[in-house]
Design a protein around this ligand. Structure first.
Ligand code: KG4
Ligand code: ZN
Length: 346
C-alpha cells in the first residue's frame, strides 16, 4: 500500500472507562464518532468496574457497526484498527483490545495501540474548519476523571510529562463533591451548571499546597465534606439553600489550583501555546478563566471541540493516523495495560 497517494482509513475503538466508542477517520477527518454512555453507574455514584466491562461487551458490536454505517465505508476500505491499550480500567480495556485484535486478525489488518492520554492531547489535530492546531512545541493541561497532567508536546510522537496529580484527578474532585452534595454521577457537568449561577467568593476552600508543578485534589474534597457536615448541623437544608454558591466556591478553588500551576509552567518553559484536553476541559469556569489569563499573559489558548473533550474514539483514531504514517504497528501478542505511562511503549 502506498501511504503517500492513498487516504488512510482508520477504525478506532475506545473502552478505557465507562464509554464504549468507535470512530472512523479518513486521514485527520472524522467520518463517524459513536459513543454509548453507560448510565448503569449513575445509581452507584461512580464507575463500577465489573459493570463497565459487561456493558462494553454488550455495546461494542452495535457501536462499531453504527460507526462503519455512519461513515458510509465498506469493511474493505479500512487500512488499520487503532485501540486504547491504556491507561484505564483493566476489564474495560480487555474488551476493546480483544475486539480490536480479533477484527484485525479476521480482516488481516495492521493493529495500532494507543495511549488514551495521548489521544486526549492529539484530539487537537482532528481536522476541523473552525479550530486551529497548536504548533510544536506546545503545552497541554489534560484534566479528566482519572488524570490531571501538564505535558509538553514536541511532536505527535514525543510527549514530556512535566507535572501531574499526586492523588485525585480534577474530574474526581468534581465527581466526589457532587456525590457529597447529593448530585448523580458524573457530577462535573452539574457542578459546572450550578456554579455558573453562584457566587465563587461566598465560601472559602483552602488551596492545596503542593511543591513544584504537581497537583493535589483529595484535600479539597475532604474540606467540602467537613464544611457541609458542619453547616448541616445548623441548617438541615443548607445544601439545598446554597447549592449554587457551594458549587461556585468549590469550582473556584479547583480552577485556582490549576491556574496557579499553569502560570508557573508557562513562565518556566517560555512556551506561548497552551492546549486543554480531557473531560474537565468542558468546564465553562475553567475555559473562561484560561481565556482571561491568555488575554492577560499573551499566550494562545487551544480548546478542543466539545465532543472531543470527553472520552471518544475519534481521539484514538487521530493517534492511530500518526502512528500509521510511521508504520508503528503491534502484533497479536499485545495486552492492555491499566497504568500505561505517556510516551512509553510498555
Ligand atoms: O476525559 P473523560 O471523559 O474521562 C476520563 O478519561 O476520565 O473525563 C470525565 C470527567 C468526569 O470526572 C466528569 O465529571 C468531568 O470529566 N467533566 C466535567 C465537565 N464535563 C465532564 N467536569 C467539570 N465540568 C464539566 N463541564
Ligand atoms: Zn479520558
Amino acid at each position: 500500500m502506498n501511504i503517500l497517494t492513498k487516504d488512510i482509513t482508520i477504525l478506532a475503538i475506545e473502552s478505557s472507562c465507562d464509554d464504549t466508542s468507535a470512530a472512523v477517520l479518513k486521514d485527520r477527518k472524522v467520518l463517524s464518532n459513536i459513543t454509548a454512555n453507560q448510565v448503569i453507574h449513575e445509581e452507584y455514584g461512580g464507575v463500577v468496574p465489573e459493570l463497565a466491562s459487561r456493558a462494553h461487551q454488550k455495546n461494542i458490536v452495535p457501536v462499531v457497526n453504527k460507526a462503519i454505517k455512519e461513515a458510509k465505508i465498506d469493511m474493505k476500505d479500512i487500512d488499520a484498527i487503532a485501540f486504547t491499550r491504556g491507561p484505564g480500567l483493566l476489564g474495560s480495556l480487555i474488551v476493546g483490545t480483544s475486539f480490536a485484535k480479533s477484527f484485525a486478525l479476521a480482516l488481516n489488518l495492521p493493529l495500532i495501540d494507543v495511549n488514551h492520554m495521548e489521544g486526549h492531547i492529539l484530539a487537537h489535530f482532528i481536522k476541523s474548519e473552525d479550530i486551529k492546531n497548536p504548533p510544536f512545541p506546545f503545552l497541554c493541561l489534560t484534566v479528566s476523571g482519572g488524570h490531571t497532567q501538564i505535558v509538553k508536546i514536541n511532536s505527535p510522537y514525543d510527549f514530556e510529562l512535566l507535572g501531574e496529580t499526586i492523588d485525585d484527578a480534577a474530574g474526581e474532585a468534581f465527581d466526589k463533591a457532587a456525590k457529597t452534595l447529593g448530585l448523580p454521577y458524573p457530577g462535573g457537568p452539574l457542578v459546572d451548571k450550578a456554579a455558573a449561577k453562584g457566587n465563587p467568593n461566598k465560601f472559602h476552600f483552602p488551596e492545596p499546597k503542593i511543591e513544584g508543578i504537581n497537583f493535589s485534589f483529595s484535600g479539597l474534597k475532604t474540606s467540602l465534606l467537613y464544611f457541609v457536615q458542619k453547616e448541616i448541623k445548623k441548617d438541615e437544608n443548607f445544601i439545598k439553600n446554597n447549592m449554587d454558591d457551594i458549587c461556585a466556591s468549590y469550582q473556584h478553588a479547583i480552577i485556582k489550583h490549576l491556574l496557579g500551576k499553569i502560570k508557573r509552567v508557562l513562565k518556566d518553559t517560555g512556551i506561548k501555546h497552551l492546549a486543554i484536553a480531557g473531560g474537565v476541559s468542558a468546564n465553562s469556569g475553567l475555559r473562561n478563566a484560561l481565556q482571561e489569563l491568555s488575554n492577560k499573559q499573551k499566550f494562545k489558548l487551544y480548546i478542543p471541540k466539545f465532543e472531543y473533550c470527553t472520552d471518544n474514539a475519534a481521539m484514538i483514531g487521530i493517534v492511530g493516523y500518526y502512528k500509521f504514517l510511521e508504520k508503528d504497528f503491534v502484533n497479536q501478542n499485545i495486552t492492555p495495560t491499566a497504568r500505561f505511562k505517556i510516551n512509553t511503549k510498555i
